[in-house]
Design a protein around this ligand. Structure first.
Ligand code: ADP
Ligand code: MG
Length: 329
């Protein structure tokens, strides 16, 4: 997206689709992005922050997730933001692992040709014989040939690799091309409680497939300048998918990522996001820490790599928020 385009999208946000997907009045005005303070301020722990949470709201009293006797049918959630490097893959892996810790059966779908989700769970995309690509476009690959177990009990993955980039082009000539991923996932929906789709950093046909298959969307948003502009473009795309392909699609939540408490800047961005999107913003906020890149090298989630870390705890809390939000609606 160009800056110009972004600015236009931003000014159109008023009166555009609301974050819960309905149209018309009452949409939050896009926040003013200029004039944010530059980096560098206090490093001191903020006690008010601890009581209220980083989003400035009191921590919610979430119900204890109930044990499940029966599994499925899965709620399908797309983790989506057309910007790269905002924490989509990191969120998919660690939210998935945290949900699996709560005895949910979880399938992760690597829907980015870069295969980062697969790498992050210890799978080498270059040596894959079968991947999600074969399920989308091959007629004779069974889904069980592609589903791979991870080191985390209850957490499975449909891996991908660079082959998937060809699907973006080849799908164009398919009948009902936007529903291709949904048709694949329907086959295993009854076995899982949640299916999380890690989207590619684009709003192309693959991402449209993910948004058509999903019931809801999680939008990771880095606590950085201009991050909000991308969210406006994404909500616009979501509104189009709702209108034309998937009326039940809703936004499950916006997740602040890469939060750096040492900068006033990060806090201000988060404040603006909460002003603009209110309770759509998850209470969980993921802080910036080198532990996340380390987990990629280790090929495992932070919940096992550094189980007691703040990062693992944040994703555990997010898992409870996600379960609570999925239940209501
Ligand atoms: P995306 O999937 O949106 O492109 P990733 O999840 O791959 O983003 O994250 C991009 C890079 O940032 C990766 O190297 C990842 O390890 C790192 N990263 C993700 N979340 C955090 C975080 N909270 N703190 C520090 N680094 C992070
Ligand atoms: Mg990614």
């Amino acid at each position: 997206m160009t800056e110009e385009n972004g600015a236009r999208q931003l000014s159109e946000a008023e009166g555009g689709p609301t974050v819960d997907g309905s149209h018309g009045g009452g949409a939050p005005a896009a926040p003013e992005l200029t004039g944010l303070s530059p980096l560098l301020t206090a490093d001191e722990p903020d006690t008010a922050e601890a009581a209220l949470g980083l989003t400035g709201r009191p921590w919610p009293d979430l119900p204890e997730p109930s044990p499940l006797d029966v599994h499925g049918p899965a709620t399908i959630v797309a983790v989506c933001n057309q910007k790269g490097g905002v924490g989509k893959t990191t969120t998919t892996i660690n939210l998935g692992a945290a949900l699996a810790e709560l005895d949910r059966r979880v399938l992760l779908v690597d829907f980015d040709p870069q295969g980062s989700l697969s790498v992050g769970l210890g799978i080498n995309p270059h040596t894959l014989e079968l991947s999600i690509y074969n399920l989308l476009l091959g007629r004779d690959t069974g889904i069980d040939e592609v589903i791979t177990q991870t080191g985390v009990p209850g957490l499975d993955i449909l891996p991908s690799n660079i082959d998937l980039s060809a699907a973006e082009v080849q799908l164009v000539s398919e009948v009902a091309r936007e529903q291709t991923l949904l048709r694949v996932l329907e086959k295993v929906r009854d076995r899982y409680d949640l299916i999380l789709i890690d989207c590619a950093p684009s709003l192309g046909l693959l991402t449209i497939n993910a948004l058509t298959a999903a019931e809801s969307v999680i939008m990771p948003l880095e606590c950085e300048f201009f991050a909000l502009r991308g969210i406006v473009l994404l909500t616009d795309t979501i509104a189009k998918v709702q209108d034309r392909l998937n009326p039940k699609l809703k936004i499950l939540g916006i997740l602040g990522t890469m939060y750096d408490g040492r900068t006033l800047h990060s806090r201000e961005v988060l404040e603006r996001v909460v002003q603009a999107f209110g309770d759509t913003v998850f209470h969980s906020v993921i802080r910036r820490t080198v532990k996340f890149p380390e987990t990629t090298v280790a090929g495992e989630p932070i919940t096992t790599y550094a189980s007691a870390s703040a990062g693992a705890e944040s994703y555990r809390f997010l898992a409870r928020e996600v379960l609570a939000r999925c239940r209501v609606g």
